[in-house]
Design a binder for this molecule. Structure first.
Ligand code: AMP
Length: 588
C-alpha cells in the first residue's frame, strides 16, 4: 500500500505537552549562553558533568527519585539520585586513594551493570577521563584502545579479565590498576595484579568534593573507526553537558516524570551521552537492561516498566518488525509517548511500523561520535517525513557542501543537491581533538565547517536525507567498524597474504562485515580454512567486529599506490558498475 510521504502531527500524538512546538521561533531565540545558565556549575566555579548530572538533584528535592533501574538476571535494582551520589563519591575517593587524579584515563570493560555507571560517573567527579568499551570486544581491539588512550585504570569483571585482558596485560605497562567487579556477589578471587572493587568501595568514604574541572577539561574519550590506521580517540569535554541538556529537551522531549529507556551500550557514544548523561541532567528515571536484544523481553520491559520515552536503534526496530505484529499485540504501551532512533538509516517502513504497531511514529535522528550529541532530528515540533533524519536542532547549523577541483569547500544552496554533510563549528559537545592526532583532527575542518564524512541532501523544507558514507567505514548493527582493524587481524593468520574488508548490505543489521582474502603460497582455499579464519577473527576481534563472511580471491584489486580498492570489491560483490578503475594496478 502506498503511504503518505509525511506524517502530520496532531494533538492526539502527544500524551503530554511537548517541550516545544514552534521550530522557527525556538531556533531564532536559542543561544548556547542561555543553555549554560540552565547548568548549576560547581560551587567554587568550574563545570563538571557528574556534578550537574547527580549532585544538583541529590542535594535537592529530587534526592529520593530513582535515577537508574537496573534489570538483569537477578531482582531489579533501583538506585536513587542520593544513592548514586554516595556510590560515585566512594568511587571517586577510591581513585584518589590509588593516586589516580585529574586527567588520568580510566577504561571500563563491563556489561550494562551498575558498576559501569558508577565507575564512569565517579571517574568524572574525580576529574579522571572515562572511556567505556564494549564488553564484546576481543583482546586486540581492547589492547589497541588501552594503549592509544594511555589507560591508567581498568574496571572489568573477573571473567572478562581472564578471557580478554590477562593475555595482553604485559603489553600495557602504563596500566597501573585493574579493579575487578565480583561475579555473582562473591568477592573477586585473588588474581595477581588486580584489586577487588567491592572491597575498595566498602573502605571508601561517602563524602567527596567534586574536583574543580573546567568546561574545556577532557571528560570522556570515545574511540571511533576510520578507513585507515588505528581507531581514533575522540576527546570530549565537561562543557558538553550543555548540548546533552539541550538535546535531551528538544530531541528526546524529556520531562522530569519520564521513565526513559536508552537501549544503547555505553561502549558507543549514544550509551554515554544519552544512556547516562542527558537523562540524569533532566532528573528522569532511566531503565538499564543488562541483557542482549530479545524481542519478547523488550516488549515486556516497555510494558512492565511503563517506559514513556524510548531511544533505540534501527537494527533493533527491524528485528522487532521481523518478530511480527502478533507478538507486539500481546503487549500494550499506554504510557509510551515518544520514540527516537539513531545510528543508521531508518527505513520509512520502520517509521510507519512504529505508528501502526506501537501507536507512535519513530523519530529518527542523526549524530556521530565526533559531534558528542544529537545534531539533526525529527522532533515533536514538526511533521515527520519518513526516511529523513529531520532538521537541525536549535543551536546547530547544517549544510550540504561540495569540493571544487582545488579541494576548496563550498556550501551548496540548491535544494536536493547531493554533497557532504557539514556543521558550523561551535556547539559545546563538539569533539576537541583526536587523541595524539592533530593532523587527522585538522582534516575534519574547512574554515568554520566541520565535515562529517557523510553524504546527504537537504530538501526545500530544510529536512536532511542520508545517502551514505563518503569513506569505507562499515556500520553493522549500529557499530562503526574500521575495515583496517579487521584486515589487520586477518593478516595475522599465517595463511593470509592480504585482506580487504567491506560492508555488505543486510536487511536487519544494515551492513555485515565481509572479508576477501588471498592466501600465501602453500595454502589452499577450503571450507575448513574459511571456518578457521572466521574463528581466528572472532577470537581476536570479538563477535561485534569480526567478519561474518569470508571469500577467497587469487589476489585483491589494488591501486597503483598499493591501496586495496575496497570500493571495487564492494561493486563486484553487489554486481554494480565498477566506476573509475583508472588507478587499478595492472590496468593499461
Ligand atoms: P558513530 O560515530 O559510531 O555514532 O557513527 C556515526 C555514523 O553513523 C554517522 O556518521 C552516520 O554515517 C551513521 N548514522 C548515525 N545516525 C544516522 C541516521 N539517523 N541515519 C543514517 N546514518 C546515521
Amino acid at each position: 500500500m502506498a503511504r503518505a510521504s509525511i506524517i502530520r502531527k496532531t494533538a492526539s500524538d502527544f500524551r503530554v505537552l511537548p517541550n516545544w512546538a514552534d521550530y522557527e521561533q525556538v531556533r531564532s531565540e536559542f543561544s548556547w549562553e542561555k543553555v549554560q545558565k540552565e547548568l548549576t556549575g560547581l560551587p567554587g566555579g568550574g563545570l563538571n558533568i557528574a556534578f550537574e548530572a547527580i549532585e544538583r538533584h541529590a542535594q535537592g528535592a529530587w534526592r529520593d527519585r530513582v535515577a537508574f533501574r537496573f534489570l538483569g538476571a537477578g531482582p531489579d535494582r533501583a538506585v536513587t539520585y542520593h544513592e548514586l551520589s554516595v556510590l560515585t563519591n566512594r568511587f571517586a575517593n577510591l581513585l584518589g586513594n590509588l593516586g589516580i587524579g585529574k586527567g588520568d584515563r580510566l577504561f571500563v570493560l563491563l556489561g550494562r551493570i551498575p558498576e559501569l555507571y558508577i565507575s564512569v560517573l565517579g571517574s568524572l567527579k574525580n576529574g579522571t577521563v572515562a572511556c567505556p568499551l564494549f564488553s564484546a570486544f576481543g583482546p586486540e581491539p581492547i589492547a589497541t584502545r588501552l594503549t592509544l588512550g594511555e589507560a591508567r585504570v581498568l574496571v572489568t569483571t573477573e571473567q572478562l579479565y581472564r578471557r580478554k585482558v590477562e593475555k595482553i596485560r604485559d603489553s600495557l605497562p602504563g596500566l597501573r590498576h585493574v579493579l575487578l567487579v565480583p561475579e555473582h556477589g562473591d568477592p573477586s578471587a585473588d588474581i595477581p595484579g588486580t584489586l577487588d572493587l567491592s572491597r575498595l568501595m566498602a573502605e571508601s568514604a561517602d563524602d567527596f568534593e567534586t574536583v574543580a574541572t573546567q568546561a574545556e577539561d577532557m571528560a570522556l574519550l570515545h574511540f571511533t573507526s576510520g578507513t585507515t590506521g588505528t581507531p581514533k580517540g575522540a576527546v570530549h569535554v565537561h562543557g558538553a553537558a550543555a548540548t546533552h541538556w539541550a538535546t535531551g529537551k528538544y530531541a528526546l522531549d524529556l520531562h522530569p516524570d519520564d521513565i526513559y529507556w536508552c537501549t544503547a551500550d555505553p561502549g558507543w557514544v549514544t550509551g554515554t551521552s544519552y544512556g547516562i548523561i542527558a537523562p540524569l541532567l533532566h532528573g528522569v528515571t532511566s531503565i538499564v537492561d543488562e541483557a542482549d536484544f530479545d524481542a519478547e523481553r523488550w516488549y515486556r520491559i516497555l510494558q512492565q516498566q511503563q517506559v514513556t520515552v524510548w531511544y533505540t536503534a534501527p537494527t533493533a526496530i527491524r528485528m522487532l518488525m521481523k518478530a511480527g505484529g502478533e507478538m507486539a499485540r500481546k503487549y500494550s504501551f499506554p504510557k509510551l509517548r515518544f520514540i527516537a532512533s539513531v545510528g543508521e538509516p531508518l527505513n520509512p517502513e520502520a517509521v510507519w511500523w512504529g505508528k501502526e504497531t506501537l501507536g507512535l511514529p519513530i523519530h529518527d535522528n542523526w549524530w556521530q561520535t565526533e559531534t558528542g550529541g544529537i545534531m539533526i532530528a525529527n522532533t515533536p515540533a514538526f511533521d515527520i517525513k519518513p526516511g529523513s533524519m529531520g532538521r537541525p536542532l536549535p543551536g546547530i547549523d547544517a549544510f550540504i557542501v561540495s569540493r571544487d577541483e582545488q579541494g576548496n569547500v563550498h556550501i551548496v544552496e540548491a535544494p536536493d543537491s547531493k554533497g557532504e554533510l557539514a556543521l558550523k563549528r561551535g556547539w559545546p559537545s563538539m569533539f576537541r581533538g583526536y587523541l595524539n592526532n592533530e593532523e587527522r583532527y585538522r582534516k575534519c575542518f574547512a574554515g568554520d565547517l566541520y565535515l562529517t564524512g557523510d553524504l546527504a541532501t537537504r530538501d526545500q523544507d530544510g529536512y536532511f536525507w542520508f545517502i551514505g558514507r563518503s569513506d569505507d567505514v562499515i556500520k553493522s548493527s549500529g557499530h562503526l567498524i574500521g575495515p583496517f582493524e579487521v584486515e589487520s587481524a586477518l593478516m595475522e593468520h599465517p595463511a593470509v597474504a592480504e585482506a580487504g574488508v567491506i560492508g555488505k548490505p543486510d536487511e536487519t543489521a544494515g551492513e555485515v562485515v565481509k572479508a576477501f582474502v588471498s592466501l600465501k603460497t602453500g595454502y589452499e582455499a577450503s571450507d575448513s580454512l574459511r571456518m578457521e579464519l572466521l574463528g581466528h577473527a572472532r577470537k581476536r576481534l570479538g563477535a561485534a567486529v569480526a567478519p561474518k563472511e569470508i571469500d577467497f580471491l587469487p589476489m585483491l584489486p589494488r591501486t597503483r599506490s598499493g591501496k586495496i580498492m575496497r570500493r571495487l570489491l564492494k561493486a563486484r560483490e553487489l554486481g554494480l558498475p565498477e566506476g573509475d578503475t583508472s588507478t587499478l594496478e595492472g590496468q593499461a
